[in-house]
Write a protein that binds this ligand. Structure first.
Ligand code: DX5
Ligand code: ZN
Length: 220
């Protein structure tokens, strides 16, 4: 049985008490998912390197920084200095993903490529040997708390099969609308890493919610 990683997203957490937000997932999460939005590629603005550094200072977990920004290459260094361990960017923002990947790898960090729900899997195929993980969005990026678009899920298998055919292995991360009610589907689709935002942080008992998801992932 493969171990599936849990990546809680802080997007719906209380940013006035990040210590508490991180304490909820302590000993449960594998990695912390941080959603960076620029008000340009997506119609919302969240935070930048300053907040990533603040999170870095209060947790030892790896930081998975999801860049929903129009010019990722220009900011990779700032996020690395702030403490990012994994950095992903969208295929939709660049004609030369290999250049962004090179910048991330040049700074010794894990590189991920992200695709929106409407972007077909084959557009990722040329980069499967270059990245460490592929992030499949199951909501239109921009906001937490949206309902999953299940039609995006079959892309996970499509991408994994092609990676296998090319003799490379990579992790596939699923992000958007994941909750206990659809976790089985997400796991069966082949997810290696699941991002969970509002289903943890908007729950009345965030730690209990995170524990329940962990139990499901471990007890399949
Ligand atoms: C959406 C973000 C996601 C999302 C996760 O643009 O990339 O990480 O907010 O939150 P939930 O789980 O609430 O969809
Ligand atoms: Zn995200």
């Amino acid at each position: 049985m493969r171990r599936i990683k849990l990546a809680p997203s802080l997007l719906n957490a209380d940013f006035s008490d990040l210590r508490k937000a991180l304490s909820y997932i302590d000993g449960i999460a594998d990695v912390v998912h941080l959603d960076v939005m620029d008000g340009n590629f997506v119609p919302n603005i969240t935070f930048g390197p300053l907040v990533v550094r603040a999170v870095r200072n209060i947790t030892d977990l790896p930081l998975d920084v999801h860049l929903m920004i129009a010019h990722p290459a220009e900011f990779v260094e700032d996020f690395v200095s702030a403490g990012a361990d994994w950095i992903s960017f969208h295929l939709e923002v660049t004609r030369r993903p290999e250049e962004v990947i090179e910048v991330i790898h040049g700074l010794g960090r894990r590189a991920g490529l992200v695709v929106n729900p409407q972007t077909p899997a084959p557009l990722t195929f040329d980069y499967l040997e270059l990245v460490d993980y592929l992030l499949v969005m199951t909501v239109v990026p921009g906001f937490g708390g949206q309902a999953m678009i299940p039609e995006a899920l079959p892309k996970v298998m499509e991408i994994k099969r092609e990676a296998e055919r090319r003799g490379t292995s990579l992790e596939v991360e699923v992000d958007g609308g994941v909750k206990t009610g659809n976790l089985r589907e997400v796991v069966e689709a082949g997810a290696d890493i699941v991002v969970v935002g509002s289903s943890i942080y908007a729950a009345p008992d965030p730690r209990g919610a995170a524990e329940e998801i962990r139990r499901f992932l471990d007890g399949r």
